[in-house]
Design a protein around this ligand. Structure first.
Ligand code: PHE
Length: 472
């Protein structure tokens, strides 16, 4: 566990982003630990604590978890390595990487789709990040005291359906992210995160200990760890793949950008395995907090986007020192979300700076304005616009579903096809082993995963979802 804690240290590379156009001038991570720390900072966020438990809950628990784990390691890690490899080779943003490596052909479209996905993800992610800020405030005001699960659900619904405050919090969160990128205070964030992220992990473990010792906890653990295959649909399998991509921040260019900062002599293969392990441990702990608590409360296992915002205040009430725990937890969750949104905003900003020679300031303002504009619609999806649906989904749900399950999945598929079949196996293995220094056998195995296993796996899931139904 100590090891994992160390890995959570967050070091942002974006201060180095000023040198984006000239590959020779690019800064780089200090070494392997730096890469792991920064990429884990992007990966670990609301996806682990907020999204994973409710998606797993809605799709059957244990069976979903097993499929998820297989996807993370057999598909997620190869995709992440493909992104690192081409990003480092080209030394460029997501779009520019494809333009440089394959000037002919339409591969740059993959990069462009990733940039659009980043903007869309931030638009709905900002809504939830805003909720975490409100929950910091509610925790400080001790608003949850004495509320049972029905009252907590009511509190969540009452707040998220208001038009003004959720929007204000969302705008504050996007502005905060923009400020970090704009003023280059990543160094400060780095230092703060180095202390805060390990504390978040300790808090999560403490909450898990309380959760598994609650009366009835075994029922929740059973739901999570005892697979009931009959509860897993094909749509559930697609959602496991989408969740794996979302949680690992792959399929849309963040890891391509990170790859461009990795030193040539850093071996890649073990790096990606460590990042994925770290991300998965936090997601698992997230689920271990939630499901035993649900069983204790006697509530249903599903629950939608409100799940952690309803169950966690309940568990804080059942903990000694719960008042302090609640404040610290929601505060640190906001910081974890911030380290992810920084990496999301950097994707369009780097693109605009590199390709349109825009100033960093202009690029940040333009990107965050678009995100806030779209974010308003996502935020209002829980109130004013709750009846406005497309394909039966609110705008928030549509953005969430489309990005994770379609754009990231499709992006990941095209990235492995590109690396496996067009980039060249020799070049790929050279990147993975840092010119033959790393584990060559492991690199060869991964190249097979990239060339055959990952594309066939993603392809089957995609075709299955289309044929058997449930994709939209
Ligand atoms: N992986 C982040 C999380 O789990 C979300 C994210 C997705 C960040 C894609 C960057 C890119 O919270």
């Amino acid at each position: 566990m100590l090891n994992i804690k160390k890995r959570l240290i967050f070091v942002s590379p974006f201060v180095l982003r000023k040198f984006t156009t000239m590959k020779e001038n690019r800064g780089s991570f200090s070494g392997k630990l730096g890469v792991v720390a920064v990429a884990a900072g992007s990966a670990v966020g609301l996806g682990n604590i907020w999204r994973f438990p409710y998606i797993a809950g809605e799709n059957g628990g244990g069976a979903f978890l097993i499929v998820y784990l297989i996807f993370v390691f057999l598909i997620g890690v190869p995709v992440m390595l493909s992104e690192f490899a081409i990003g480092r080779k080209a030394g460029c943003n997501a779009y520019g990487t494809f333009k440089r490596l394959s000037p002919k052909g339409g591969w740059w479209l993959v990069g462009l789709m990733g940039i659009i996905a980043a903007v869309m993800i931030f638009s709905f992610y900002g809504t939830v990040a805003g909720w975490t800020l409100e929950y910091v405030k509610k925790s400080i005001c001790n608003d949850f005291a004495g509320q049972d699960v029905a009252a907590l659900a009511q509190t969540f619904g009452d707040f998220t359906s208001q038009p003004v405050m959720p929007t204000v919090w969302m705008i504050i969160f996007v502005a905060l992210t923009a400020l970090v990128i704009l003023f280059g205070v990543e160094k400060g964030i780095e230092k703060v995160s180095k202390v805060l992220m390990p504390i978040l992990l300790v808090l999560i473990i403490a909450i898990c200990v309380r959760a598994v010792t609650l009366p009835n906890a075994s029922k929740g653990l059973e739901f999570l760890f005892k697979p009931d295959w009959s509860s897993l649909t094909f749509k559930g399998v697609l959602m496991a793949l989408g969740q794996a991509a979302f949680s690992l921040s792959i399929g849309m260019g963040t890891m391509i950008t990170y790859g461009s900062y990795i030193k040539k002599d850093t071996p890649l293969a073990s790096t990606a395995i460590e990042i994925a392990t770290c991300d998965t441990v936090v997601a698992l702990l997230g689920a271990i907090m939630v499901f035993p608590t649900l069983a204790f409360l006697g509530a249903e296992s599903a629950g939608g986007p409100g799940l952690v915002f309803i169950t966690l205040p309940a568990i804080f009430q059942a903990m000694p020192g719960g008042y302090i725990f609640a404040i610290l937890f929601f505060l640190l969750l906001s910081v974890a979300a911030l380290t992810s949104t920084i990496s999301l905003l950097e994707v369009p900003v780097a693109f605009l700076v590199d390709e349109f020679k825009m100033s960093r300031k202009k690029a940040t303002l333009l990107s965050s304005s678009v995100i806030i504009f779209l974010g308003v619609f996502c935020t209002l999806s829980f109130g004013l616009l709750s009846d406005f649906t497309i394909f039966g989904k609110t705008i928030f749900d549509l953005f969430d579903y489309t990005t994770a399950n379609i754009m990231l999945t499709f992006g990941a598929l095209l990235i492995v096809i590109y690396v496996g079949w067009f980039f060249g196996r020799k070049k790929f293995i050279e990147e993975l082993t840092a010119g033959g220094k790393g584990n060559v056998k492991l690199a060869k195995f991964i190249s097979i995963l990239v060339k055959f296993v990952a594309p066939v796996g993603i392809g089957l899931v995609a075709i299955g979802s289309l044929v058997i139904g449930g994709i939209v």
